[in-house]
Design a protein around this ligand. Structure first.
Ligand SMILES: [Zn+2]
Length: 423
């Protein structure tokens, strides 16, 4: 939903000025506050107290619904995450995580530090309930009383935030992972507090890999390091879960040997497309075609976009930089995706580097000849592709990290045909 529609919804629900709501909402979203959380904050700001005054108080987690007004619970704190959010021009440090009692588990957000740790039992009196991503959540605010309890609860849920990378979901907070840093890029971004240096890249463990951003650009985040990252949170970035290190995250080197999983989960293309964007998948299929804009291409030195005739759509007349790329259609009978190979993988299938490609183009007096040479190599052959799958309204694309020929064995193919076991 567009920001305008969200603003309209809040403004009409609460009878307040839409322009003002819109500007507040933009402000929150700019600071990466998830849209549902931002909307809830604005509802609070503009005085939506819902049905709090009349709704009954409930005492069991499994009976809490979005309609519950207030809750008084005795629960075990499963996780505690700390995060700073920007709200109404001010920074707020919030705590978030999960609570459990014998009846179930529920997420919480606390607008102040109530100084508890995972595993402790607490009594929470007069907390409100709000809906976050269609799920009720306990909201611990200024009118809530939190105290430690000596009660022993029979709780089935996992206490503490230790997880494997592929167990992490968007919205998780207070998680601890032990990972190998595989890839790091350092960048300077223009934030509200001026220029900020951040690090982003790839983390791996036995379960798989996930992208990360460290908003504090810690020196420990270096390729090859094995680290325990405590109190990370997970947000969605380009359709996939991304691990975020905030200034509250602690990072320590560990001696443990972590052997990252090499392969990604292999699935039929049709099934992969149904699951939406995914960070790391493996697909096997036939290359049906190589698309235009493959082979020797030119990029804008400012924004890295592919340019034609030295004209960037954003930067106009530029002196482009040469690059190699392939965009090919991979099909396995259940679906098709566009596979994008960067310079290194392109050089491998082409059998030459950038200099070779420029030489071939020069002697043919035609830049498109490089793409044609690549098409001759790969079209009609079967490949195993691993990488990040992005699914959006323009189609499905895999940014390949691996692209390997699969030899089709004629004898095995004939056998499969005869037994009716055809792929
Ligand atoms: Zn440009």
């Amino acid at each position: 939903m567009a920001i305008d529609n969200h603003a309209e919804e809040i403004a009409s629900d609460l009878g307040v000025d839409k322009a003002e709501v819109r500007s507040d909402l933009e402000n929150l979203l700019e600071y990466s506050v998830p849209v549902e959380e931002a909307k809830q904050s604005l509802r609070r700001k503009y005085g939506d107290n819902g049905t709090e005054s009349t709704a009954p108080t409930v005492n069991d987690i499994d009976s809490v619904t979005a309609e519950t007004g207030t809750v008084t619970l005795t629960a075990v704190v499963l996780t505690v995450g700390t995060r700073e959010i920007q709200y109404d021009g001010e920074k707020h440090v919030i705590r978030e995580g999960e609570l459990a009692d014998a009846s179930g588990t529920i997420g919480y957000t606390a607008w102040r530090d109530f100084e508890v740790r995972p595993g402790e039992t607490v009594r929470i009196e007069n907390a409100s309930v709000r809906e976050f991503q269609n799920t009720p959540e306990v909201n611990i605010n200024d009118s809530t009383r939190v105290s430690k309890s000596e009660e022993t609860l029979n709780v089935a849920a996992r206490v503490g935030g230790t997880r494997q990378l592929t167990e992490l979901d968007v919205g998780d907070a207070g998680r601890t992972v032990t990972v190998v840093v595989e890839d790091v890029e350092t960048r300077t971004i223009d934030g509200r507090d001026g220029e900020t240096t951040i690090k982003s890249g790839v983390l791996a463990d036995e379960s798989g890999r996930r992208p990360f951003t460290d908003w504090s650009a810690r020196p420990e985040l270096t390729p090859g390091e094995t680290l325990r990252l405590a109190d990370v949170y997970v947000r969605e970035f380009r359709g996939v879960p991304e691990i975020n290190l905030s200034r509250f995250t602690t990072v320590e080197p560990v001696d443990e040997e972590i052997v990252p999983r090499e392969t990604a989960e292999r699935m039929p293309i049709g099934e992969a497309l149904g699951g939406g964007s995914q960070y790391d998948v493996e697909l096997v299929g036939d290359i049906l075609a190589v698309r235009d804009g493959s082979g020797l291409i030119e990029r804008c030195p400012e924004c890295n976009r592919v340019v034609q005739n030295g004209q960037c759509r954003t930067h106009g007349d530029v002196t482009p930089e040469d690059d190699l790329r392939v965009k090919a259609i991979l099909d396995d009978g259940t679906g098709a995706v566009t596979v994008v190979l960067g310079r290194e993988l392109t050089a491998t299938v082409y059998g030459g580097d950038l200099a070779t490609a420029k030489e071939e183009a020069r002697s043919a007096m035609d830049q498109t000849v490089v793409g044609e040479t690549i098409a001759e190599q790969i079209v009609g052959r079967r490949y195993r592709v691993q990488g990040q799958l992005s699914v959006d309204e323009y189609g499905a694309t895999v940014d390949a990290t691996r692209f390997e020929r699969v030899e089709t064995d004629p004898a095995a193919a004939a056998e499969a045909y005869l037994t009716g076991d055809v792929e």
